[in-house]
Design a protein around this ligand. Structure first.
Ligand code: GLA
Length: 417
């Protein structure tokens, strides 16, 4: 009989959890977690059909302005600079394709014909020109809107505006976005229930239908912070749906969002429809290099959308090496049968795993604790083992994977049959 916290994993036939045990060795917290990974290729509960717009067949990647500049520092120059840097740093070629302008791009009111306008001071060239610039750099262009009457920044950042929500203007706004050359829409709830009496699913579906009628492929990202469990209903509505409130750049936030993903992972993402644990904070705030690597590894094993939110022109060497770790990105972009699941927890040691489309697996040994810990996983069968942060083949598994994992850090392994 499996321990209760592991029982649901018997639904993932490719993974058989055989045992967990904790062991104290020497100094500090040293946890031994035994997990067996068995490659039995089946997933018993096929995911419901995704939004049929042919987009986001792998988790979308890009840059979004919000985590970098938030509201008032957002200008068209910031966006152009980000596009240039995505191209020059190699991020574009690594898959970061969407340049998304988040909240606060809007003028304080709609134009005389009811159309949305960009802020004339901070976006003097206008959105069509900005989209064209982004496209000229070989990138795609995204924008932010809301289903109700007010954007989140109007409440949270005292952004002075009126009437810039899409309520009552859904068709017009979808047409405006298409005319500007928008390729990605982030549609953010922002209390449209209490402000405007809207219901989530029909409000989000309305914009989905308007986008479908404008004759331009536009990835549709919805955000209601996981409140109504969108993983249970949003698959036919959107290409991605936020599963949590905003991620902030400190470890406690990253750790709590990771813990929340364990339950959501059962409603696995799949091509065209992805759980979104929010945009990356890699390179921001108080996150250490180990914490950044843990954050990025976990987003990858979860098949999360990867939106950098730091200045791509000013990346530290380690942030650059993190965001540009192509072996980890490859795990994020690989969907075989399910997004990654938490296989076991023992104290602050966690083991997460995901089957890969080559028949192998990605395994993340995650140490949530405040001291380094030995974390081990038992792996039946013969596997070649590669460390995705050392970029090194580390041998063949003899039944057990074991590594000393830094505090708030990971060891991320790729097992190949
Ligand atoms: C909400 C969203 C954030 C960002 C801001 C903009 O907080 O969750 O991602 O879009 O609104 O105001």
């Amino acid at each position: 009989m499996l321990p209760p916290e592991l029982r649901f994993h018997v639904r993932c036939d490719w993974i058989t959890v055989i045992d967990t045990q904790k062991k104290r060795l020497g100094f500090g917290a040293l946890a031994l977690v035994l997990v067996a990974l068995a490659a039995i290729l089946s997933w018993p509960s096929p995911a419901p059909r995704s939004l049929d717009n042919g987009l986001a067949r792998t988790p979308p990647m890009g840059w979004n302005s919000w985590n970098q500049v938030r509201c008032y520092d957002l200008t068209e120059q910031v966006v152009r600079d980000a596009a240039d840097a995505l191209a020059s740093t190699g991020m574009r070629d690594a898959g970061y394709h969407y340049v998304v302008v988040d909240d606060c791009w809007q003028a304080s009111a709609r134009g005389g014909d009811g159309s949305l306008l960009s802020d004339p001071t901070r976006f003097p060239s206008g959105m069509a020109a900005l989209a064209a610039y982004v496209h000229s750099r070989g990138l795609l262009f995204g924008i932010y809107a809301v289903p109700g009457s007010a954007t989140c920044a109007m409440a949270n950042d005292a952004y002075p505006a009126r009437g810039i929500g899409s309520l009552g203007h859904e068709r017009q706004d979808a047409q405006t976005f298409a005319a500007w050359g928008v390729d990605y829409l982030k549609y953010d709830w922002c209390n449209a229930d209490t402000n405007d009496g809207l219901e989530r699913e029909p409000a989000f579906a309305k914009m989905r239908d308007e986008l479908a009628s404008v004759g331009r492929p536009i990835v549709y990202a919805i955000s209601e912070y996981g409140v109504s469990e969108p993983w249970t209903w949003a698959r036919p509505v959107a290409n991605l749906w936020r599963t949590t409130f905003d991620l902030v750049p400190e470890w406690t936030s990253v750790a709590s969002v990771i813990d929340e993903q364990a339950a959501v992972a059962d409603y696995t993402g799949s091509p065209g429809g992805w759980n979104d644990p929010d945009m990356l904070q890699v390179g921001n705030g108080t996150l250490t290099d180990d914490e950044n690597r843990a954050h990025f590894s976990m987003w990858a094993v979860l098949n999360a959308p990867l939106f950098a939110g730091t200045d791509p022109a000013k990346l530290s060497d380690t942030s650059k090496a993190t965001l540009l770790n192509e072996e980890v990105i490859a795990v994020d972009q690989d969907f075989a049968v399910a997004q990654g699941h938490r296989l076991s927890t023992s104290g602050s040691a966690q083991v997460w795993g995901k089957q890969l489309s080559d028949g192998g697996s990605a395994v993340v040994l995650l140490n949530m604790g405040d001291a380094a810990a030995q974390i081990s996983a038992s792996v039946p069968g013969n596997w070649r083992v590669r460390d995705l942060w050392q970029h090194a083949d580390i041998g063949t598994s003899d039944g057990t994977l074991s590594a000393n994992v830094p505090s708030h850090g990971v060891v991320m392994l790729r097992l190949t049959p």
